[in-house]
Write a protein that binds this ligand. Sequence first.
Ligand SMILES: [Zn+2]
Length: 151
Amino acid sequence: MIATPNYQALLQTAIDQARAGLAEGGIPIGAALYHEDGRLLGCGHNRRVQEGDPSAHGETDAFRKAGRQRRYRDTLMVTTLAPCWYCSGLVRQFNIGTVVVGESRTFQGGIAWLREAGVKVIDLDSQECVDLLGGYIAANPEVWNEDIGQD
Ligand SMILES: [Zn+2]
């Protein structure tokens, strides 16, 4: 890597995706897959509500939009919220080198497990991300519980 990336700028892409999802009536969680050279490979957002697809998380949407990549070690998964177990599994499966998290206060997901496995996890503890999702959860608690697999 030539220089330390501007993680806040990368996060902005994910936040823009989260806001797009909210505007569509969906859960405001967004993600982006970047190459460490700064190229945006793909971005996306949670589409559970919009498409009736419980597997369409922000991270999986960004991953699919990025298409096939030869390797993922040099990529960064940037997401507004700590990745759930399912998306943490995706990071492990494809050996994504770095995960940049907007916040982990609302939900911790699998970030401790990722760190144990040697994945670089950067938590930006963004108040904007906390407020964006917090407002949605307060208004739609049942959709959120469905998303994280809680009864
Ligand atoms: Zn997920």
